[in-house]
Design a protein around this ligand. Sequence first.
Ligand SMILES: [Zn+2]
Ligand SMILES: [Zn+2]
Length: 311
Amino acid sequence: MQFTVLGSGAGLPSKKRHTQSYILDAVDETNQYILIDAGEALQHRILHTSIKPSKVRSIFITHLHGDHIYGLPGFLSSRAHQGGEDLPLTIYGPKGLANWLDITFEISGSRLNYPLSIVEVGHKDCIEIDNFKVHVRLLDHNIDSFLYVFKENDKTGALDPDKLKGIGIEPGPLYAEIKKADVFEFNGETYRTSDFTGPDITGRKISVHGDTRVMAEPEYLSLIDRSDVIVHEATYLDGEQEKAHRYFHSEITSVLDNLKNIDYGALLITHLSNRYEDGFLNELAKELPSGVHLTHDFFEHPILRNSQENK
Ligand SMILES: [Zn+2]
Ligand SMILES: [Zn+2]
């Protein structure tokens, strides 16, 4: 699994940073991509990658500010001509999303050749998609903005051939049947499959924030605790904590302070204002704790299993 930042900028695009979009690449696990937010240049950014729009089967929109959604109608329309015909797509996002898309498609005379579902979500919803449960949590922004916590389903451990050989079962077609069942019989004895498997494999956890002030509620922190990856905005990077709060955004030292009591594998800082020069960003990057990254467009982060333990 991999997390890719397609647009890392806040508010206005610049030549280097486009507005917000991310891809969670779960192609190895489910042959799908999950798209999170759809900033204006989304389609152009995808053209520089190997991402196939037809394999995007779920889209999660954090909130309805333009820097997070103005690329969505174009992406949806183009997907129809990029191998997406008949391949269903579901979009999850705040109330108002369906109305906006309906009006946009009606006025522009756009027609899609695949089934599109739009699901408007709310605080504390839990959504099930292929191989993930997605927890929704309201953040603190000047319009409804959501955190999405993607929790990969746990997998049962693999069969242990040595243990099976111990009771006389050699590798063969019987293994597949044993794996499917909770109990199995062999030579007149009944066995529990769980006695012949390795430990369960814990699913990975990726917590992606929409725009927000820093939030310190214990229930929120426990929701994102032990994430393999946390994606958090820091529109402000130079100590402007009051200003960040006034504008319903976050400043980087407040984000780091807030998260220091929870465990995580990597923290990806995004939604960076364009007013910071490269020299300033390079110096700041050197001072950040290990595992914390100032992202840029096309920043890629592989999500390994148990990465929160390898910090
Ligand atoms: Zn924004
Ligand atoms: Zn916003």
